[in-house]
Write a new protein. Structure first.
Ligand SMILES: C[S@@+](CC[C@H](N)C(=O)[O-])C[C@H]1O[C@@H](n2cnc3c(N)ncnc32)[C@H](O)[C@@H]1O
Length: 306
């Protein structure tokens, strides 16, 4: 049975939801036409209507949209908000909007496809000078020491029932993994690896940085999170220690832990496709990990066991 726990926990995430409320009050002007991509329960569309929007188009691909119009009616705002079921890539709206709102920021910033959704909306839904909430998203990265997370993926590299299952190990190491990073896990000063203000339509976001280890440690991979300027006066981040329970952080693992000493300089590269579905990373002269190598398909399993 659907309990809508996912939506309840987002609504009760005080920092997340009040930050979006503040940003919407900053950006939406009375009379604006607004489009909300990924409207869920419709909460941000309700905020836009409260800010004075004359019309809000709330687009959502999950079944929660079926009840969202009743929620709008309960709050006396059903006249203003039109709910549209489907992926934003596959639906239309009947007029051009002044403001786009989308809370499709992922744990690592770009993994929920926000760049692709906004690029498509700019082409089809928005006036040329439309504003976007969030106005900017940056992906922040650091080398991290996370032995427990690493053990969870390393388990396939050890024999089980005296048999060798290591082909699965290769697959799980090509994943962007969710974790809850403590500040103690951070091995290098966090740096922005890439970001966007959504004014262009990049196919990939890519960054190459050189960082300095701040302590002697074993590095298990790269930690990823976001910081976002939702509006000029409203910022939000899921940097560790995390204050926004709607988000965790990302972990891009290495094949083997790397020993570093305080002061060591290490170069790493990270890329995310606009769709958020594919990630690539490389630390030092190690191999390039590609998440599509980690998606299990029969063809890949057959290759893996050859
Ligand atoms: C993180 S939730 C946010 C929900 C709501 N806006 C809120 O703030 O509570 C993101 C929602 O976006 C929806 N979504 C993501 N991408 C979408 C797209 N391209 N088109 C329609 N819905 C999308 C998901 O199904 C999910 O319900």
């Amino acid at each position: 049975m659907a309990t809508f726990d996912f939506h309840h926990s987002m609504l009760t995430d005080e920092v997340r939801t009040s930050s979006f409320l503040r940003a919407i009050m900053e950006v939406v002007e009375p009379g604006d036409v607004v489009v909300d991509i990924g409207s869920g329960t419709g909460v941000l569309s309700l905020f836009a209507a409260m800010a004075g929007a004359s019309r809000v188009y709330a687009i959502e691909r999950e079944p929660v949209i079926e009840i969202a119009s009743e929620i709008a009616a309960r709050n006396g705002l059903s006249e203003t908000i039109a709910f549209i079921a489907g992926s934003s890539l596959e639906v239309d709206i009947p007029e051009q909007a002044d403001v786009l709102i989308t809370e499709t920021i992922g744990n690592a910033g770009f993994d929920e496809g926000i760049v692709a959704w906004v690029a498509d909306a700019r082409r089809r839904f928005l006036k040329h000078d439309a504003l976007v909430v969030p106005g900017r998203v940056d992906a922040v990265a650091s080398l991290i020491c996370v032995p427990t997370d690493f053990m969870a993926i390393d388990k396939w590299s050890r024999p089980l029932q005296t048999l060798d299952f290591t082909p699965l190990s290769r697959i799980v190491r090509n994943n962007l993994i969710w974790t809850d990073l403590s500040p103690a896990a951070i091995v290098s000063e966090p740096v922005v690896v890439f970001g966007t203000d959504f004014s262009s339509e990049p196919k990939w976001l890519t960054g190459s940085v050189r960082v300095e280890a701040i302590k002697d440690a074993l590095v298990h991979g790269i930690g990823m999170w976001f910081r976002s300027s939702l509006a000029p006066n409203t910022q939000i981040t899921n940097a560790p220690p995390n204050t926004v329970p709607s988000w965790e952080q990302g972990f891009l693992p290495l094949d083997e832990p790397m020993v570093v000493a305080a002061g060591d300089q290490i170069r790493f590269e990270v890329s995310s496709a606009a769709s958020g579905a594919e990630w690539r990373w490389q630390v030092g002269s190690g191999r390039t990990h590609i998440t599509s190598d980690g998606q299990l398909s029969m063809r890949k399993v057959e290759e893996a066991v050859k």
